[in-house]
Design a protein around this ligand. Sequence first.
Ligand code: GLU
Length: 451
Amino acid sequence: MNEQARQYVEEFMSRLIARNPGEPEFHQAVREVAESLAPHIVASPVLLKMKILERIAEPERIVIFRVPWLNDRGEIEINRGYRVQMNSAIGPYKGGIRFHPSVNLSILKFLAFEQTFKNSLTTLPMGGAKGGSDFDPKGKSDNEVMKFCQSFMTELQRHIGQDTDVPAGDIGVGGREIGFLFGQYKRLRDEFSGTLTGKGRDWGGSPLRPEATGYGTCYFAEEMLATRGESLRGKRVCISGSGNVAQYACQKASQLGARVVTLSDSSGFIHDPEGIDAAKLDYVMELKNIYRGRIREYADRYPSATYHPGQRPWGIACDVAMPCATQNELNGDEAQTLVDNGCRCVVEGANMPSTPEAIRIFQQHRLLYAPGKAANAGGVATSGLEMTQNSMRLTWTPEEVDERLHAIMRNIHEVCVRYGTQEDGYVNYVAGANIGGFMKVANAMLAQGCV
Ligand code: GLU
């Protein structure tokens, strides 16, 4: 980065931090993008004059609302609900809903910001958004989750619509929650529409939407490895998380011939050197999705595995690391450990799981490293395909959806290579994704004037 670009980033960031105090995750996500884009922006008088980056970093609209509900003891509980509608330049707002006690404005703004670039990369017409609540589904009964979802949707429904804003799942929001949210939406609005994605297969959902984020992450890894004449076959893979993304990343990586040796949750990780095969993964899916249990129970069930409480899996030697849990779950020290243990490829199923320091280490050591906004875009891409099917009132076969998902991931990889290849031939996937995602949104904003 030249001096002019560096100065542009620093001035831009100090204004952004002053305008958005106390939002470290948002600052982190914006800084990464600003650093990738600065050389192009300072070289483009029109981007500078039209203040495209300044506008992209300012949400179009944020809604914050009270979510009161009655727990099983008949007591009133109060949570806070949010929807950050970041950018609608290339399509209706689109992005997931997260239910987790850590949810706050900083986290949702970073996620909505990332979503804008990710959605643009999919080539589908979707703007960027994110929403959620500090509600913690852990330990709640189905009835309590339903009561909460109904109250949350009672307010949210007036801000969304199939041509306005289309929410979906994220951490803490899966098939069960989408069902409750959709039921209440339909009831209040008296319409059966594609306003939410991630719906059940029999009521408007797309085949392969549950699998799509994890599968897409593996397809992206295959593309990256192919640039060095390699593939997932025979590789040892460390996965963090044990939710939707981790489960289907594990499934697809195994189908492609890899040996997945770890999974985790917020309490610790399991290490199974023999690999988590299809039968073991069935157990994990039942444990997590039906019984809502903890990953520790895996080690009780399978003697080949050990449980490591309070730790993350990055100390386990592997060829490929797939962080599929949450933001900032892999720091600089852990990145160095992965490098020292021979890891060659890091592909993010989660959003912003690697800290800036970790990314620097991966890139310094010339690892194949792909940020979530490129590698995990298969989820929202398949949500886009669900919207298409809803509009047509038709359903494609799983094979058709898989074919399209695969083509979208291949295309995102090509875009990253096109915009991210450095003079020495190293592909900087961060720069590639940021520039590739930005172009379309910026051009649309230029065309649409000062809005
Ligand atoms: N929450 C997912 C993501 O981070 C999916 C969003 C969607 O399907 O709209 O991309």
